[in-house]
Each structure stands twice: as C-alpha cells, then as structure tokens.
Design a protein around this ligand. Structure first.
Ligand code: NAP
Length: 253
C-alpha cells in the first residue's frame, strides 16, 4: 500500500471486518481509497482492518451497524460522510444458515436471509446513490454487489433461501446498473464460488470446501483476495464500460 497514491475518495465496505469484505477493504485502501469498515458484531476484527489501513497512511474507520436495519444504515453512511466523498460501495455483508430443506426452514430464517442479503443491499445502494448520482449533485461512483454462484446451482437441501436471495441480488445488479448508468454510477456484481472464509463454519459446515473441492474444476477453494481482485477492478476506472456485469470467480464451478 502506498501512502502517496492519489486519494480516490471514500469506499464503504459492508461486512468489511472479515473474509471477502476484509480483503476488499485492504485492497481498496491500497488502490487509494479511505475506507469505512462496517461490521455487525466483531469489533476486534474491524479494528484490526482499520489499524492495517491507517498504518499504511490511509484513513479508515470501523462502524458498527446491521445492514438490515435502516437506522443503522443511516449511521454507517453518516460516518462515511465524515470521512470524505463516497465514491465506492461494496455491498458485501451476507449470511448463510445451517443446511436444511426448505420445508424445515422457519419464517424467521426466511426473513433474516432476505433482510440481510437483499434488503441490506437495497438500503445501502439507495444511500450511496443519493450521494453519488450526478443527477442529484454528486460526482459519480461505483457500487459492487456480492452475489454468489448459488443462484445458478439452487443449493437444494441446503441453502435454497440463500441462493434465492443472491438471485435477487443478480437482478438488482442488472436493473440498478441500467437505471443509474447515466448518473455517473456503475453498478456491477461478483459471483464467488467456494471461498476460504468463516462463512462455512457459520453455516455449520466448517470443512465444506474440503468436502466439495473435488467437484471444483480447479480442485481448490478460492481466497478472499482472489475475489477482492475482481471487486477492485470493477470499482476502478479500468472497468469504465462495465455496467450491470456479473463476474463469476469460481475456479470453474
Ligand atoms: P464471512 O467471513 O462470514 O464474513 C461476513 C462479514 O459480514 C463479516 O464482516 C460480518 O461482520 C458481516 N456481517 C454479517 N451480517 C451482517 C449484518 N447484518 N450487517 C453488517 N455486516 C454483517 O463471509 P464471507 O465468506 O466473507 O462472505 C462475504 C460475502 O460473500 C457474502 O455476501 C457472501 O454471501 C458472499 N459469498 C461468499 C462465499 C464464500 O464461499 N465465502 C461464496 C459466495 C458468496 P462481523 O465480523 O461483525 O460478524
């Protein structure tokens, strides 16, 4: 990371404390952004990301907030406004639940899956557009939505709710991308395959990648950095013609 790199404004990463979001936060800081590292419960992890960024000469702040709660989203964006001009949003925060067939899933589970994975991205995108849109007086920006290859697989018997929520994110990315392209905002998405993060343990299968890696053409799980590379490209001016694109980064799965 170079402290001398031109300042590109503020990047807000939801769920920036761990896993893919953490890699995006560190990578975008390296690319010249000051960073808002949102987290929901793991303050220590968020503080560690902030410390790594500030040690390299960029500004960063850890902001607690649940993306599915509108008041929290307002507070997260208020913190971003204090840091500078918002130029990038990575809608990364996401959750899975334990593997179950749909018939056994509770209503609370359905709602949580859609509230965090879908509504959270809508709430954050709306706030970002208010700030970025050239039609509304902003200077443009980029939004990257974290999807998955799950919508293509359907995740039967395990996470059909999650796959459906990510399918909604893909439609959201396409529609919003076309809606705001003429307002200086590029909206795109990334569809990771199986990536080495804590999310698999949170779904009750910590060795999920080990179990499934023989089915991945490249025969291994991916790293969070390998996903962050795609996010960094989509945020950058190098992706100036990418609108509503969904980049699959899945080792061929
Ligand atoms: P992870 O390691 O479990 O990290 C999740 C991150 O999201 C943490 O920073 C967590 O904060 C935050 N978070 C969770 N709920 C939140 C909420 N309600 N509000 C704000 N932040 C919240 O997950 P990951 O594997 O990096 O996944 C990141 C994204 O990639 C998700 O959208 C996921 O669906 C997607 N994805 C992952 C994979 C994979 O194989 N890992 C594959 C495809 C797609 P705390 O640290 O405070 O808990």
């Amino acid at each position: 990371m170079s402290a001398g790199a031109a300042n590109k404004g503020v990047a807000l990463i939801t769920g920036g404390s761990r896993g893919i979001g953490r890699a995006c936060a560190l990578g975008l800081a390296e690319d010249g952004f000051d960073v808002v590292v949102n987290y929901v419960g793991n303050k220590g992890a968020a503080d560690e990301v902030v410390a790594a960024i500030t040690a390299k000469g960029r500004k960063a702040v850890a902001v607690q907030g649940d993306v599915s709660v509108e008041a929290d989203v307002a507070a997260i964006f208020a913190a971003a406004d204090k840091l500078g001009t918002l130029k990038a949003l990575v809608n990364n925060a996401g959750v899975v639940d334990i593997a179950q067939p749909v018939v056994e899933m509770s209503t609370a589970r359905f709602r949580r899956m859609f509230d965090i994975n879908v509504m959270g991205s809508f709430f954050c995108a709306r706030e970002a557009i208010k700030r970025m849109s050239t039609r509304l007086g902003g200077t443009g920006g980029a939004i990257v939505n974290m999807s998955s290859i799950a919508p293509r697989l359907g995740a039967p018997g395990q996470y059909v709710d999650y796959a459906a929520a990510k399918g909604a994110i893909d439609a959201f990315t396409l529609g919003l991308g076309r809606e705001v392209a003429n307002e200086g905002i590029r909206v795109n998405g990334v569809q990771p395959g199986l990536i080495e993060t804590d999310i698999h343990a949170s779904g009750g299968i910590p060795d999920r990648i080990e179990q499934l890696k023989s089915s991945i053409p490249i025969k291994r799980g991916g790293t969070a950095d390998e996903i962050a590379e795609a996010v960094r490209w989509l945020v950058s001016d190098k992706a100036s013609y990418a609108v509503g694109s969904l980049i699959t980064v899945s080792g061929g799965r």
